[in-house]
Design a protein around this ligand. Sequence first.
Ligand SMILES: [Zn+2]
Ligand SMILES: [Zn+2]
Length: 277
Amino acid sequence: MEIILTGTGSPIPDPNRAGPSTLVKAGNTHILVDAGRGAVMRMAGAGSMPPLLSAVLITHLHSDHVCALNDVITTHWVMTQGATLSIYGPPGIAQFVERQMFALEPDVGYRIAHHDELTAAPSVEVTELEPGASFAVNDVQVAVAATEHAPVRPTIGFRLEHEGVVAAVVGDTLACDGVDELARDADVYVQTVIRDDLVKLIPNEMIQDILDYHSSVVDAAQTAARVGARRLMLTHLVPAPMPEQYPEWKAIAAEYFDGEIVIGDDLTAVTLTAESE
Ligand SMILES: [Zn+2]
Ligand SMILES: [Zn+2]
């Protein structure tokens, strides 16, 4: 299984970081978790494309995590000429996708009028997931748990298992029981994080608001240690560090977690094999 960060940014625009998104490749099964700004462009950089997706999993409906979903839907539709795209997410995802389809109507009409190959609107199959749900995407087993990102509700995270390796891919959340469950003994635990010590120094009220619903680097490292994860992969980095600051970020996590720590850049990848452990 390969985990590729297709976006390590946040709502704050950054020329080097697309919005939050992670691609999981398990054999021929490609699964996209969240679809932040620029996700489709970064998928191309990761050797994938929307038509190769077996599923899109959404953690929550914050705009930074879903703003490229319309691009995924449209590109999948045009490139497959009508195959069905499977989208999974928390309750509310069905209405969100329905409204996206409404917004896409003019484009859909133009393309159907212009291309004989396109005869119908994009086909999407949307599944709303409750915590505790589990399902298969081809031969990848996916388990779902609740995360804590109030007042955003509901929010969920995912545990993906394929050929004996496990990746926990979690969206914005405080440390909580649900994350512990997803990341327990995982080969990699991918967590969106902020540096609360640095965010506290930014004199802006809206920025201060983010402190109460995100994991800090320390929270993520403590979770990784508590549940016995092998690797911790940090993404959605706020404030976005320059490469020369990565050792400092790593050192903070390493105070609590002695496994491998990966500070994510866009297209940073880890390959997980059952034999390597
Ligand atoms: Zn976010
Ligand atoms: Zn969020």
